[in-house]
Design a protein around this ligand. Structure first.
Ligand code: CAA
Ligand code: FAD
Length: 380
């Protein structure tokens, strides 16, 4: 067993770390306050190749492995989880979904723009009445021969207002249940496609979350991904990889908060000594570091499974379940280590605590990860 990273992995990790510190850190508090999308930073991430890391170079991607991707996700998330969720959705839901299951024409037309960051993507599965219970799709895509007519509402869509292309899951044949669901590529600006108001959120406030409304939107047949009825499996297969990205995001939030707490504890004095010399604080650091290391091993194992062509449904779900709990626990303790300063924005950890919570909710709640893991175990 070899736990070392290659030269290339280290280079990618360092490039992401450098970008996070120089480009994301300076405005992160202000963007959180103002709920401002990191437009300039996303543009630069596209230019640097962070938006299509695993895409085949023939479509403009970086051709990297999943281990490289999670290393970058961790570093970006240490500083700005709003920026990293944009990276995660574009890479592991939209680009991966198109690369793995799209037609050559779809890849030429859409993937090459998405992989280079010239365009941004969104993944649209959740609805007001179909979140965890994702097969209960109410949005309909009625087959009209050479096109579908799309009607319905999607909820909570990341990159909802800023995306150019949307992968939309919809029910074509209700009698067939989940086997009657399709995934369609929809472009912003098509007639009948309306973007709802931006959500005012607890965390990841720099990311752009909207509901989307489809009123008789005409979608050409060539924009369907995969065979008729493949849409639900498309969503599930894509989400299995997406969960590795969110697990890496959770890991990064935890690691970022831990690093801040550790450094603070070495300079803040109480009772005549640096607070890290009080065992209660030192033990918090020990617990944080231990759980972060365990989370990192799960994240890396899931990424490695994917790179080795092994099944990663369970390992991705375990990584997300565990890393998101670690993100919550560690950020709460990081605030505690900072005392009163932890409660004010300037010290970052309160934002990290708010950001951590979403990792237990999106791309499948923790309860849903337990369903995926337990079903997998019982199948073995
Ligand atoms: N790969 C391939 N196929 C899969 C699969 C997978 N990982 N998981 C399930 N399927 C297939 C099943 O085999 C089944 O097909 P067959 O009947 O042909 O065998 C079909 O899908 C239905 O599966 P289930 O019977 O298991 O379906 P279910 O209704 O019990 O639900 C679930 C399963 C795992 C709970 C699923 O509904 C789920 O994942 N829910 C959570 C939804 C979710 O994660 N949403 C995230 C939205 S995106 C997002 O959040 C992005 C963001 O924030 C940034
Ligand atoms: P519900 O399904 O109503 O769940 C409510 C509670 O019940 C949860 O605790 C849940 O775990 C629990 N529960 C439900 N069913 C079960 C069960 N069978 N067993 C045990 N417990 C259960 N979706 C997208 O499609 N694309 C996106 O880009 C996207 N981005 C998002 C960004 C943000 C900021 C947020 C908040 C959400 C986003 N989502 C997105 C939606 C997200 O995936 C859903 O919120 C999530 O899947 C949960 O669905 P729900 O909100 O309907 O909760």
């Amino acid at each position: 067993m070899d736990f070392s990273l290659s030269e290339e992995h280290l280079m990618i990790r360092d490039a992401a770390r450098d970008f996070a510190r120089t480009e994301l850190l300076p405005g992160v508090i202000e963007r959180d306050n103002k709920q401002e999308f990191p437009t300039e930073q996303v543009k630069k991430m596209g230019e640097l190749g962070f938006l299509g890391m695993m895409v085949d170079p023939k479509y403009g991607g970086g051709g990297m492995d999943t281990v490289s991707y999670v290393l970058a996700m961790e570093e970006l998330s240490k500083v700005d989880a709003s920026a990293s969720v944009i990276v995660s959705v574009n890479n592991s839901l939209v680009c991966y979904g198109l690369q793995a299951f799209g037609t050559e024409e779809q890849k030429q037309k859409y993937l090459s723009r998405l992989a280079t960051g010239q365009s941004i993507g969104a993944f649209c599965l959740s609805e007001p009445e179909a979140g965890s219970d994702a097969t209960s799709q109410k949005t309909t895509a009625i087959d009209m021969g050479d096109h579908y007519v799309l009607n319905g509402t999607k909820n909570w869509i990341t990159n909802g207002g800023t995306a150019d292309y949307y992968l939309v899951i919809a029910q074509t044949d209700r009698d067939k249940g989940h086997r009657g669901i399709n995934a369609l590529i929809v472009e912003k600006g098509w007639e009948g496609f309306e973007i709802g108001p931006k959500e005012d959120k607890l965390g990841i406030r720099g990311s752009d979350t909207h509901s989307l409304i489809f009123n008789d939107v005409k979608v050409p047949k060539e924009n369907r991904i995969g065979e008729d009825g493949f849409g639900f499996k498309f969503a599930m297969k894509t989400l299995s990889g997406g969960r590795i990205g969110i697990a890496a995001q959770a890991l990064g939030i935890a690691a970022g908060a831990y690093e801040l707490a550790r450094e603070y504890s070495k300079v803040r004095k109480a009772f005549g000594t640096e607070i890290c010399n009080h065992q209660a604080i030192a033990f918090k650091l020990a617990d944080m570091h231990t759980s972060i290391t365990a989370a990192r091993h799960l994240v890396m194992k899931a990424a490695w499974d994917k790179d080795q062509g092994k099944n990663y449904d369970m390992s991705g779900a375990m990584a997300k379940l565990y890393a998101s709990q670690v993100a919550m626990d560690v950020t709460v303790e990081a605030v505690q280590v900072h005392g009163g300063n932890g409660y004010v924005k300037e010290y970052h950890v309160e934002r990290m605590m708010r950001d951590a919570k979403i990792t237990q909710i999106y791309e499948g709640t923790s309860e849903i990860q337990k369903i995926v893991i337990s079903r997998g175990l019982l199948r073995e």
